[in-house]
Design a protein around this ligand. Structure first.
Ligand code: BES
Ligand code: MN
Ligand code: ZN
Length: 474
């Protein structure tokens, strides 16, 4: 039994009942529970209580209790349950009101938070960490209703999609190659009856995707353009999701420094989140239509590599001077965005670990949001707040465009250090003038560094929530 307690030590109704049954033993133990939200204290064999173990979880101070404290409490509870190798738990946390959020919000957060905490990536370890059984059953003290059943189905499918995105992100680039991503997309297509098409190098050449091909040039791994389509509602508007799929970014001839270069295996996180979102939406049979478009390749140096100063012709016909081969994401995305127009989508959103500058601007909390349509930006921001997978809007003003000036082509692929994530978005904006388009820069939010190194699966929760809200489900 998991019981939330505010730092003020007032008992929630559930805690009160347990305390009464245990003749005040719970209240007595509270002094040993640290105040910080998410701290836990395990009580065993409380008299008069059937549960073998009662886990107290701090909710933090009552006045600070909001989304983050709720999330931290859930995380704390989940990691304790993982440590304890519990099989069965009742979470008397989920019934606590978070501001004006409805119960469905708590439910979605609880499912996603638990599934994230219980996720393990030991595929590549010879000694698996899991010896005991994983959590098999969680009981949530909420009165069942149609709205909550639907929130539960949404959250479970979203967690499945997030797990997929997380695993694809965590897999190293010697396993997760462009071909591997294409195979994963084919698997999804088989499992969920999606339409799939994978364009090969010769197709890209025939089409004239000069920018995408310039990035893939020196790699021994063939590039792939993956097009995966989910149709959940005939004749409804189409949402196109375009995901950056650089399975490893060395920087190319503009080689990156060695420190932390391993993290550039996460440079396909945009692609992973698009596959994860499609999995989630198809898994819950959402009544909407989505096409996922993923340009996937490696950015390598070598004798065939594109050199700084090279000029290429994009699928749109516009020419680009590649002044820095490390600004490769925008080069593969611009051709994919132009290609997306063929599907006549009503809305296009691209997702990319695009710029280090975005990490400087927004850190690891907010995803950078850019859009050429303010209504769309507002809609995405609201969905992000709802999913608690937050974004912050950045300007996409014409004033920044002049930084991309080139003496030798229509424009360059870099705009200097000032406003680096904005000029990257401005580059993409030159390929999306005819579309209702938004760009999410997830460079700071797609993975964690240090001890906790690993994919976060962001922004899968946001994209799923956006797609559902956009299709009319609040
Ligand atoms: N994949 C990187 C962006 C990145 C860097 C994400 C660090 C997360 C952490 C991208 O391809 C890149 O290298 N961008 C360059 C652009 C620059 C050359 C204009 C960057 O941010 O340094
Ligand atoms: Mn790069
Ligand atoms: Zn990159």
């Amino acid at each position: 039994m998991v019981i939330g307690v505010h730092a003020e030590r007032e008992l929630t109704p559930a805690a009160k009942r347990v305390d009464q049954a245990a003749r005040g033993a719970l209240k007595k133990a509270l002094g040993d529970l640290p105040a910080r939200a998410g701290s836990t204290l395990l009580l065993r064999g409380l008299p008069g209580v059937a549960a073998q173990r009662v886990l107290l979880v701090s909710l933090g101070a009552r006045k600070d209790f909001a989304e983050n404290a709720f999330r931290d409490s859930l995380r704390g509870a989940a990691s304790a349950l993982k440590e304890l190798e519990s099989k069965d738990a009742a979470l008397f946390l989920v019934d606590i009101k978070v501001g004006s959020r409805p119960a469905s919000w708590n439910l979605r957060q609880a499912v996603l938070g638990l599934r994230e905490a219980l996720y393990r990536f030991d595929l590549l370890k010879t000694q698996k960490k899991t010896s005991g059984p994983a959590l098999e059953r969680v009981t949530l003290p909420l009165a069942s209703s149609a709205a909550l059943q639907s929130a539960l189905a949404e959250a479970e499918a979203t967690a499945d999609g997030a797990d997929l995105a997380r695993t694809l992100g965590n897999l190293p680039s010697n396993i997760c190659t462009p071909s591997y991503l294409a195979e994963e997309a084919k698997k999804l297509a088989r499992q969920f009856k999606l339409q799939i098409e994978v364009l090969e190098r010769r197709d890209l050449e025939r089409l004239g995707m000069g920018a995408f091909l310039a990035v893939a040039n020196a790699s021994h791994q063939p590039p792939k353009l993956i097009v995966l389509r989910y149709q959940g509602k005939p004749r409804a508007p189409l949402l196109a999701l375009v995901g950056k799929g650089i399975t490893f970014d060395t920087g190319g001839i503009s080689l990156k420094p060695a420190g932390e270069m391993d993290e550039m295996k996460f440079d396909m996180s945009g692609a992973g989140s698009v596959l994860g979102t499609l999995r989630a939406l198809a898994g819950m049979r959402a009544p909407l239509n989505v096409v996922g478009i993923i340009p996937a390749c490696e950015n390598m140096p070598g004798g065939q590599a594109t050199r700084p100063g090279d000029v290429v012709t994009t699928l749109s016909g516009q020419t680009v001077e590649i002044l820095n081969t490390d600004a490769e994401g925008r080069l593969i995305l611009c051709d994919a965005l132009t290609y997306a127009a063929r599907f006549e989508p009503e809305t296009v959103i691209d997702v990319a670990t695009l710029t280090g500058a975005c990490v400087i601007a927004l850190g690891h909390v907010a995803t950078g949001l850019f859009a050429n349509d303010q209504k769309l930006a507002d809609e995405i921001r609201e969905a992000a707040d709802d999913a608690w997978d937050r974004v912050w809007q950045m300007p996409l003003w014409e004033d920044y465009q002049e930084q991309l000036r080139s003496n030798f082509a229509d424009f360059a692929n870099i705009g200097g250090r000032p406003g680096g994530s904005i000029t990257a978005a401005c580059f993409l904006a030159r390929f999306t003038r005819e579309m209702r388009w938004a760009h999410l820069d997830i460079a700071g939010t797609a993975w964690k560094s240090g001890r906790e190194k690993g994919s976060t699966a962001r922004p899968v929760p946001l994209l799923v929530r956006f797609a559902l809200r956009h299709a009319g489900k609040k």
